[in-house]
Design a protein around this ligand. Structure first.
Ligand code: SAM
Length: 238
């Protein structure tokens, strides 16, 4: 009987192709198929461009489209359809690596595929990656948390009441997905004492990287999708 393939969720780090684990590179060189999730087919997925130097000539690369839709039922349909494509590849004996920007277990498409495939009993292994906020903290020289300080990781797409509560109870913040409502988020940071010691980083480790230390300098223009804000309560320590 044909042996089924193994499924790997591979974290590729936030952008710099050198910020990928030795284990991830080894797996990318060994698998038959590499899958890069994508919202649309027009431009190459960022995760795929990061790992290009590690892909051999005989590896099949498949860009699967996961459209940016907010209707939960349509979204579930897209996950099921793509999971079924992956399952067929595994059933045919291919080892498959699914790429994720940063770490696979943090706000990712992989989590949805993982949950669906987990139920099939197929063999799965997740390879962690350097998260975008860890890379951003190192790049900007901005320690994330020290001693007993509380660090909250928050998608800025949350409603402002929920964010208000988190701001009240945190010493340090990682705000992800700030592209949507950055003006409102910055206003909330100013109000709750987080704006004096903050940094906004876009496209960390990628072309077009931008680091802004003064939140007042943030322009009206929408930031890049790959933008993270790090902030500490209180004044800057000298
Ligand atoms: C869907 S989440 C993916 C998180 C990813 N799994 C991780 O471990 O960082 C997308 C968000 O991650 C952050 N992000 C990912 N890559 C980034 C980068 N290179 N520079 C800054 N922020 C980044 C942004 O906040 C973006 O909106």
């Amino acid at each position: 009987m044909l042996e089924k393939g193994k499924f790997y969720g591979v974290g590729v780090g936030p952008g710099d192709p050198e910020l990928i684990t030795v284990k991830a590179v080894k797996i990318l060189k060994e698998v038959e198929v590499i899958i890069a999730p994508h919202t649309e087919k027009k431009i190459e997925s960022t995760a795929l461009s990061i790992v290009r130097p590690y892909i051999g000539p005989d590896t099949t690369v498949l860009e699967l489209v996961f459209p940016m839709i907010f209707d939960k039922r349509d979204l579930a349909g897209a996950y099921e359809k793509n999971t079924s494509t992956i399952k067929s590849l595994l059933d045919e004996g291919n080892n498959v690596a699914f790429l994720t920007l940063g770490d696979p277990m943090l706000y990712s498409t992989y989590i949805h595929i993982y949950r669906l495939l987990e139920q099939t009993g197929l063999s799965i292994e997740t390879i962690p990656g350097v998260t975008s906020f860890c890379a951003a903290a190192s790049r900007a020289g901005f320690p994330l948390a020290d001693g007993n300080e509380v660090l909250s990781i928050v998608p800025a797409t949350n409603d402002d009441k929920k964010l208000e509560n988190i701001l009240r109870n945190s010493d340090n913040l990682v705000l992800m997905k700030v592209y949507k409502n950055h003006r409102q988020v910055v206003a909330q940071l100013v109000e709750s004492g987080f704006s004096e010691n903050a940094v906004m980083i876009s496209r960390c480790g990628l072309d077009g990287e931008e680091i802004i230390y003064n939140l007042n300098d943030i322009e009206e223009r929408k930031p890049d999708y790959l933008t993270t804000v790090l902030a500490k309560k209180g004044m800057k320590r000298l």
